[in-house]
Design a protein around this ligand. Sequence first.
Ligand code: ADP
Length: 561
Amino acid sequence: MPTEFKNVSEITQNLIRIVQDNSNLQNVWIQGKISEVNRTQNGILNFKVTDNSKVIECVIFNDNASLQENFPVIGNEVSVKGQIYIAKDMSKYRFMVTSREDPDASLSNQFVSVSTLTNTLETALKTHSAEVQGKISEIYPAPSGFTIFKLKDETAHRQDDNIIECVLPRGIESPFSLEKGERVRVSGQLGIFASTRAYRINIDDPNNIEQVTEQPTLNECQECHQRFNNLRDQLCPICYDASLTSEGIVIGAVVRYFSGHKFSGFSTERERRIPFGANVGRADVVLRDSENRLFAIAECKRIGDDGSDRIEQGQLKSYLNASGTNLGLFADDTDPYEWIFLKKNSERGDFDEISRSQFEKALNVDPVSDIPPGKTRLELIHGNIIEAEVDAIVNAAKAELTKGSGVDTAIRDAGGEEIERAIQEIAERESVCPPGSAVITIGGSLPAKYVIHAVGPIWQGGNRSEPELLADCYKNSLKIAVENGIRSIAFPAISTGNYGYPIEQAAPITLNTVKEFVEQAHQNNEMVPERIQFVLFDEEAYNCYVKEFANLGFGLSCLIG
Ligand code: ADP
């Protein structure tokens, strides 16, 4: 074991220098297909570029407005120039895009494949060893059997935490049990892990990890230290956490959610120990019953400065696996109330992403609304609208209100006699409902209390006011919902079946119309449903909506208002 140990920020500085000094990692052109675009709240654009070798995560910072303009678009081929960027608060590498060009005009450029680029990075790092001392901020088993832990400086101010990921390969056991909060010295070789775009210290000898027992020399500002200690006495644990870090705010939001009346049979626990092998991780928040049985685990993250770490659910999944828990919640500070829910798929042995109502249903709790005031939750669901557990579902009806096919048949068959009688009464009164209009009936035997029958336009090429009429369907349905005090509503993709409206054109109109309607209502302090689901029956329609949600910077479940 060497004797000279650096702290985490010193190692990070070395790493940044190694990358900056390597001309093959600077001003490089890559070419590939764009996927997974998202824009963070502070205007940073993240996306992935995949060529036929590998994928790399790219970032355009908010100081580069001209480059961000009309770019990037999912599915497009691009040529971009940039450099390897070290996201030191996450132990990740990224490709920071500095310029781009039209794919056709780019033939003269020397492109580098993503795999060549990452190999160059790996080679550059591999020749360096790292001896570092820090505090374990996270520890969990990777699916491959590796143990991953992250080190932070013991003395860092909270806002500039650097992190370095360390890895013990399968079969290499630490000589002592590793646990979050423990202070250690490690030495190993720098390297990268391409599938999570992380840089790491690989520790391949158990002798290269050592417990630190002497007291840390805290160089935290004494004044802050004093203030934090006072806060600890004055605030409850949730508010205390929330006062310290943005991760604390997320944890606070999750704890409040789990402490809500709908989870009355459960209790929450913070920092629950999750043993795996000889080591111990700590889950941020768990939901357990009075016999201490675990029902769900929540992991809460502070997202890195480039805001691009939403996909990083590996740690949560390993806690779920290690503790035999089926339900998970992943939260981060891009929006402390917008979470990803996971459920174990026992056939595949992996986890499916589910909606919040499916999560609550799996826990057998009542999916009543707990959405913050002034907000509406949009949810995207792949399924059958007749099963939607909402106040009202919307039907794609015919102008004469006679039974059609598709979703109309499904809803009316499931709604039964009662719904038919109610439709009959309206048909006698109105004789015909023009495209763009909507009427309401009871839901009969459906789980939904009401059905709003909206008449979509028949596609005739797009120049017969179809976009306006389609938008009217959504606006009028929402108006009727508001008039009837409906708090949750589910829409199918109106007109995109027998009426032939191309889904790629219908989806953006739909989402923009609903978004504008909801935002306007919240701005004017008017009532508007708090939960709006889009239930897509076939895969193509669902995928199209997923893409459209992403283009708007939305997750599959998101809050707007
Ligand atoms: P339209 O005549 O307005 O085009 P359709 O019922 O033919 O109405 O189709 C509208 C959309 O509803 C299509 O995307 C279709 O795939 C979808 N759909 C059909 N059955 C269901 C269902 N049970 N739940 C949700 N969507 C459905």
